[in-house]
Design a binder for this molecule. Sequence first.
Ligand code: ADP
Ligand code: TYD
Length: 355
Amino acid sequence: MGLPRLRAAPGLQRRRDRGGGLGLRRREGQRDPRGQEAGAPPAAAGLGRADLGACRLPGAAHRTGGAGPRDRPPAHHAGRHRGPRSAPLRGRDGGGGHDPAARARCRARGRHRPVPARLRQGQQPLVKAVPPAGVFITFEGGEGAGKSTQVARLARHLRERSGREVVSTREPGGSARAEEIREALLAGLAKPYGPFAEALLFTAARIDHLDRLIRPALRRGEIVLCDRFADSTRAYQGAAGGLDARTVRALERVAVGETRPDLTLILDLPPEAGLARARARAGEGAPDRFEAEALGFHARLRAGFRAIAEAEPDRCALIDAAHEPDAVEAEIRAVVEARLPSLFRNATESRHDAA
Ligand SMILES: Nc1ncnc2c1ncn2[C@@H]1O[C@H](COP(=O)(O)OP(=O)(O)O)[C@@H](O)[C@H]1O
Ligand SMILES: Cc1cn([C@H]2C[C@H](O)[C@@H](COP(=O)(O)OP(=O)(O)O)O2)c(=O)[nH]c1=O
């Protein structure tokens, strides 16, 4: 299938007019993702918050537990020093585990390790600063639920209140290649191939987006707000499109790995209301591939999103999107402050420290 080329640099592409939507998605001062990431080796799909910061472990990430909000210290601190493979390095007798010969070798290494010159001269060791764990927040829901509007509002609020960099992005899209795939998908080019092929393309776009934009930003300790993510594949291609849940989960595991959202805000709205908003937004423009689906599709979609919220209450919050934008914004702020209090606590502390 031939993918149409984009006319503008996708990182700077303006969305369709959304009246308060994301507009230019790239945060201020951010370099062109193609320039920024050019030549950089793509991150392994499994690398998540565990590979944040100065110290890295090869292989699988070390985030443990379920998909709940991670309002806690970086997971790599928890995972790194646990587990059988690191046990030999932790022995009180200087290492070596239960093997006496290995223990002796460790002791010997410890005795003869030369003291770095700078320490001998009484200088402090150089400590590499470890950024705070990045925070990944996704927005989900049906057409016209108000996601773009609320991403922009929350980004503004977090920039003012958290003292951290905030990156707003979207799916499908968010990176140059993913934006090309988006064009093809929303034009309906993959529709004749069925929901599995479409899910593969959404997944391909997601892999590039994660590697090029999301994971690097999280590694820098930034807050990433993403308008749609993997739950959209579950709901659109799965619940509404009929692709079986095991296939959807398998694709998600491969693409997302450990980079699961800390918090997912699911904007819930009857599909008739959402489609009316989307139509008003589009004006005379033709509906895209999914907006054009029958009402039954959108009803299954809503049920799919509600089921996700019910199945994963620690990660997800269902937001009543039928209210006025200000009321929806207030509900979202309340959820973010309750679930991710450290975002605001850290800013208060640093302001306090600076005073
Ligand atoms: N709470 C709301 N009530 C009424 N209209 C809204 C609300 N939130 C957004 N809108 C409007 O509805 C349209 C769709 O909103 P948008 O944020 O683009 O939704 P989505 O990104 O979920 O498709 C836009 O024209 C927007 O201005
Ligand atoms: C991320 C994703 C989006 N989609 C669909 C949902 C939307 O109809 C479309 C993205 O269009 P977009 O205009 O970004 O969504 P919205 O109109 O809600 O603001 O792609 C999927 O079907 N699967 C996915 O995995």
